[in-house]
Design a binder for this molecule. Structure first.
Ligand code: SF4
Length: 95
């Protein structure tokens, strides 16, 4: 059986670990709710189309609430700010 002092030390350790994780979780959550910077950079995402190539006519695009509202992309997990007028190197014409 653990004595009081040991239990207290363990609780303090758990408590400070939990506290230390809060900013990380909050930051990760915020980042994933808006943009997926890593994938955007890897696929050279831009807010403007490349000639006739735009997210609106790409098979990976997940439309937003309206035609002009930002949407998502099947290959950019967590990114909710994909412009229908955007483009990246993974563009594939919608069938
Ligand atoms: S793959 Fe690229 S071009 Fe296609 S919807 Fe996603 S971000 Fe837009």
């Amino acid at each position: 059986m653990l004595n009081h002092a040991t239990q207290r030390r363990q609780l303090l350790k758990i408590g400070s670990a939990a506290l230390a994780m809060i900013p990380v979780i909050a930051f990760t959550d915020r980042a994933s709710a808006a943009t997926n910077a890593g994938m955007r950079a890897a696929l050279k995402y831009q807010d403007k189309p490349l000639a006739e190539k735009s997210c609106a006519v790409c098979m990976q695009f997940i439309p937003g609430a309206s035609a002009k509202a930002p949407g998502g992309c099947k290959i950019m997990p967590g990114d909710t700010e994909i412009a229908s007028t955007g483009y990246c190197t993974a563009w594939v014409k919608k069938p």
